[in-house]
Design a protein around this ligand. Structure first.
Ligand code: SOE
Length: 402
């Protein structure tokens, strides 16, 4: 940071994540005591007219359609990447080469090769030849208080050795009328439900259990809707609503759904399921983790709650307890927000993450561990193992995926 008390941010991307990140950078100082204040310096995108309005609405000082010039600019300390996945590598590469810290949207990249290169570049910039630059990956769900509490409960031995992990990320927005947006294009996205959704639950379960996935098998990937109407116009800041279709159709080149089995390093068995057409599940992102002494359950559709089962209690009173994770002092991040039992939402995970980024850049520990490029590369290796297991119908050891 050029000035110890401020962080000048350039944000690349003005659609859905552009709004989520803009909100986080603009809200964080209103709720948290910060070691440094973020300056919403420059917003970058492709459409100058929309950028002007976006900058005014969210409080960005400048806007630009030339991201290369912006990331090289001396006035920027942190480059925040919120674009489709194929742009993550070139943008992160340019930003790291210019000496900036980088925060990148998930998944780290569309492909394993891109992710590997990003992890390598980040390692060089962090130590060795670089100047102590830091990287961050927006796996935002780690920073829901309920998920962060699950992390702490596992650390304090509340559920004991883990036997089963059941993880799911089910959505239902991708019906046949949704046009061929970038999320359906392998060149831009890398994969479909795998990189978009399974990435989150692989990250979340690695985080909560503290274990790595060592092998994957029983994988299956499916594309139910093979062709979609080509989009006319650009994304409106959502994922499906408001997208316009032309008469022409084009091929879908990614998976709509994926499922696989996995083994964790501590011996637990796991199932992962991710889908975009799981009717009735609008954003069911969660896990159940069963240990010898207890169990934990989380579902983002009820994101303020963590369910806990204490198997050490007398049998007569054993049962699931629903914890409303809003109690400041007991529940991570909660003290910064509202009085007890006044719940929070999707955007707060991003703001909590902006807070931890600012702490880490000031040399302080984050509230709970933060994924950097090296960590997110491990998640990407699991995604690759699942893709290979589905294509080749076999066990894939993580040691094979480099
Ligand atoms: C769309 O499936 C999406 O917006 C993902 O891209 C996000 O990562 C997820 O958090 C919510 O759903």
């Amino acid at each position: 940071m050029s000035h110890p008390n401020r962080l000048r941010v350039a944000l690349l991307g003005q659609a859905f994540m552009g709004r989520a990140h803009s909100n986080a950078w603009s809200q964080v100082g209103k709720f948290f005591d910060l070691p440094a204040v973020p300056v919403l310096h420059t917003i970058c995108g492709r459409d100058a007219a929309k950028l002007r309005a976006f900058a005014a609405r969210w409080g960005w000082r400048y806007f630009s359609t030339d991201w290369r010039a912006v990331v090289a600019c001396d006035d920027i300390d942190l480059v925040d990447i919120g674009t489709p996945n194929h742009l993550h590598l070139p943008m992160a590469k340019a930003a790291l080469a210019a000496g900036k810290h980088v925060a990148c949207e998930k998944p780290l990249a569309g492909t394993l090769a891109d992710a590997r290169e990003m992890a390598h570049l980040a390692a060089e910039a962090k130590g060795g030849t670089g100047a102590g630059q830091k990287t961050f990956v927006w796996y935002n769900y780690r920073r829901c208080p309920a998920v962060a509490l699950a992390y702490s409960l596992v650390r304090t031995g509340k559920i004991g050795p883990i036997r089963h992990v059941r993880a799911f990320y089910l959505q239902d927005w991708a019906g046949p009328d949704v046009p061929l947006a970038w999320r359906f294009d392998r060149r831009q996205a890398g994969s479909g439900a795998l990189g978009d959704l399974a990435a989150h639950i692989v990250d979340m379960t690695r985080f909560v259990t503290g274990q790595e996935i060592t092998a994957v098998c029983g994988a299956m990937a499916e594309t139910f809707i093979k062709r979609r109407r080509v989009m006319s116009g650009s994304a409106a800041g959502g994922i499906a609503a408001g997208l316009k279709r032309s008469a022409k159709t084009g091929k879908v080149t990614v998976d709509d759904a994926v499922a696989f089995l996995a083994r964790f390093s501590g011996g637990a068995m796991a199932t992962f399921e991710a889908a975009r057409q799981a009717t009735g599940n609008q954003n069911r992102n969660g896990f159940e983790i069963n240990g010898v002494k207890g169990a934990l359950r989380f579902n983002f559709e009820r994101m303020n709650e963590l369910e806990y089962y204490d198997a050490t209690a007398p049998r007569a009173v054993q049962g699931w307890t629903t914890i409303l994770c809003t109690h400041g002092g007991d529940h991570p991040y909660a003290a910064a927000w509202w009085p007890d039992a006044h719940i929070i939402g999707y955007e707060h995970g991003f703001t909590n993450m902006a807070y931890d980024i600012l702490r880490m850049l000031a040399g302080k520990a984050p509230t709970v561990p933060m994924p950097d490029f090296a960590d997110a590369y491990q998640t990407q290796r699991v995604l690759e193992a699942a893709a290979v297991a589905a294509a080749e119908k076999r066990w894939v050891k993580l040691s094979e995926v480099k």
